[in-house]
Design a protein around this ligand. Sequence first.
Ligand code: ATR
Length: 276
Amino acid sequence: MADTEIKAGVIGHPIAHSKSPIIHTHWMTQHDIFGRYDAIDVAPEELTQSLERLIEQGYVGLNVTLPHKEAVYALCDDLDDAAKAIGAVNMLTIRNGRIHGYNTDAFGFIENLKAHPVPLHKDRPAVVLGAGGAARAVVYALKKEGFENIILINRTIEKAEALAEFFGLKNGVVPWDDRMSALVGAGLLVNTTALGMRGKDALDLSLDALLVDAPVYDIVYVPLMTELLKQAQARGNPVVTGIGMLLHQARPAFAAWFSTPLPNVDAALEQKVLGV
Ligand code: ATR
């Protein structure tokens, strides 16, 4: 074990709800790291000053959560390809006073998909619900993984059109009201909206038109089994829960800050984070 404490953390506002300290503390113990991971509340108007202070204090890296993902993007000295494409930074490293920005949400999304024993039908359309920040990461990840055919469905169609244009999606977009019929022939369905999350509106979507071999992936993980996933499971579709996306997105950050191989996502970690 090194004798100097390695400092990392997460900045956001609010921050008390963040699960990231549980994840990184779990891996610090596993890897015998002398380090700390702090949840740091940073109000938007204090962002630049706070970052300077944390750099002075010797932090080697930070996770970045709401509402700072876009603002931090503008403060980085350089950015990885995912951050550039997604337009947001969820992780940074600090080396010699320079801020390097990354986006590991796309990595988290695809690693979680691959960690589930589900078929990947890359020859069929992948249908993505939503066109916000999470959808950007999901579309980037799907394209990178070789899903050529991606259909976006969003309540505000202009946002879906803008996203489809940015990523050069051939199949374009489908109006929200036509979401059920867009499922015909799909090989994957992903919900990136907050609909179905505890405390939010329900996601009103019948899966009747979806082939039963198509995986259904909900990035919402509170509750873990959303109504969408329950419906999918009841009709025989493979399901992918959202908690793994949170866990997998943390792996490259931990490895970069604490100079380890990519840490593992195991059942004990998942249970700790879910509070069970
Ligand atoms: P995030 O960064 O988590 O993706 P966001 O950028 O606020 O969050 O995006 C939320 C997504 O949920 C959007 O696609 C939003 O649709 P709009 O673009 O029309 O706002 C979608 N969403 C939120 N509430 C919704 C609702 N009641 N019905 C349909 N879509 C909804």
